[in-house]
Design a protein around this ligand. Structure first.
Ligand code: PRT
Ligand code: ZN
Length: 291
C-alpha cells in the first residue's frame, strides 16, 4: 500500500528516548513498514498509515495543525507545548517524573522554601502553573538543556527536570523534593481528524491493536495445580479477572487453574497462591490481549 492523501498520518520521534519504543509499538501492532535511522518518512505496506519522523518538541504542533492526524510524544512535551490536541492513550514507555530538586547540602527543603528563589527548567509552562497553583513566587529560568548543572554555576537555586533513574541528580549533588508531573509516552490526535468518520474508524482500528499490546505487556498468564478444595481460596486471590479456566488432572482431587494476572500485582499474587495451596506454578508472557 503506497502513500495517498487518504492515508492516516502519525508523527514519531526520529531519534531519542521515545524512538525505539514508538517503533516497537507500531511493529507489535502488526504494521509493516521500512525503517532505517535517519529516515524521515515511511508508508505502511499493510495499513493505510504514513509515518513521519520528527523532533519530539515539534510533534504536538504538527498534530494540532493537522500536518499529521496522530503523534506519539511524552506527556511532558504535549503539556509544555500547550497544543490543542486530544490525548488518547498512555503507552506505558518513556516513563519519568518531572521533579523539583534542590542541592543536597543546602537549606531548601520543601517547595515553599522556593519563594524568592530561582528555579531552572526546560518546562517553564508546567512549572509556572504548578508554582501558581501553590502561590509560590519563584523566578522561573528557562534553560533548554543540562538543567542539572545550573545550581553549581549559581544560575539557579533549584531545578525542575525530568528524572528516570535519578543518577543525574545524584551525580550533581541534587535531591528531589516534589513531583510536578508523572509522564510517559502518549498517543495524541488532531480533534478534526477524530471528527472525520473515515479517519476515526482507522484511528479506532489502530488503537485496538495498540491497546491489545499494552494490555498484553502488562499481563502474565499463570497456570498452576492445586487440590480441588483450595479452589475457592485461589479464586479469591485472582482479583478482577474473568472466570479462570479449571481443568481436572489425572490425580483425583487435583485441578489445574489458568488465569491472566496483571503484572503490577504479580509477585504478591504468586506468593498468596502458594500459601493457598497452589503448586507447579507456570508463568508465560501474553503475546496479544484483545478484550
Ligand atoms: O531530538 P529531540 O528533540 O527529538 O529529543 P530530546 O533530546 O528533546 O528528547 P529525549 O529523546 O531526551 O527525550 C524524549 C522524551 O523521553 C522526554 O520528553 C520524556 O518524555 C522522555 N524521558 C524519559 C526522558 C527521560 N526519561 C529522561 N531521563 N527525557 C529526558 N530524560 C533526561 C533528563 O532530562 C535528565 O537530563 O535524562 C536525565 C535524567 O535521567 P536519569 O536516569 O539520570 O534520572
Ligand atoms: Zn526535544
Amino acid at each position: 500500500m503506497s502513500s495517498t492523501g487518504q492515508n492516516l498520518k502519525i508523527a514519531l520521534q526520529r531519534k531519542g528516548r521515545l524512538a525505539d519504543g514508538s517503533l516497537q509499538l507500531l511493529r507489535a501492532a502488526g504494521l509493516d513498514f521500512d525503517y532505517h535511522e535517519g529516515k524521515l518518512f515511511s508508508s505502511c505496506a499493510n495499513f493505510p498509515l504514513d509515518i513521519l519522523f520528527l523532533r519530539d518538541d515539534d510533534i504536538p504542533e504538527y498534530v494540532q495543525d493537522q500536518v499529521t492526524d496522530l503523534g506519539i510524544v511524552g506527556l511532558n512535551v504535549t503539556q509544555e507545548r500547550g497544543a490543542e490536541v486530544a490525548q488518547l492513550d498512555c503507552l506505558g514507555f518513556g516513563t519519568c517524573v518531572l521533579s523539583i530538586a534542590v542541592p543536597r547540602k543546602g537549606t531548601l527543603r520543601t517547595v515553599f522554601d522556593l519563594n524568592g528563589k530561582r528555579v531552572a527548567t526546560s518546562h517553564p509552562r508546567i512549572l509556572g502553573r504548578f508554582l501558581d497553583a501553590k502561590d509560590i513566587k519563584a523566578k522561573v529560568i528557562e534553560i533548554s538543556g543540562s538543567v542539572e548543572i545550573t545550581p553549581s554555576l549559581d544560575v539557579a537555586d533549584a531545578i525542575c527536570d525530568l528524572v528516570s533513574t535519578g543518577s543525574t541528580l545524584r551525580m550533581n549533588d541534587l535531591e528531589p523534593i516534589e513531583i510536578v508531573l508523572r509522564s510517559e509516552a502518549v498517543l495524541i490526535a488532531n480533534p478534526s481528524s477524530l471528527a472525520d468518520e473515515r479517519k476515526r474508524e482507522l484511528v479506532e482500528r489502530l488503537r485496538i491493536r495498540i491497546q491489545g499490546n499494552i494490555r498484553a505487556r502488562r499481563t502474565k498468564y499463570v497456570m498452576m495445580n492445586a487440590p480441588e478444595a483450595a479452589l475457592e481460596a485461589i479464586r479469591a486471590i485472582l482479583p478482577g479477572m474473568k472466570s479462570p479456566t479449571i481443568v481436572p488432572l489425572a490425580d483425583p482431587g487435583m485441578i489445574a487453574i489458568h488465569s491472566a494476572v496483571p503484572e503490577e500485582f504479580f509477585w504478591d499474587v504468586i506468593e498468596r497462591l502458594k500459601r493457598a495451596g497452589a503448586s507447579d506454578i507456570l508463568v508465560v508472557p501474553v503475546e496479544k490481549m484483545v478484550i
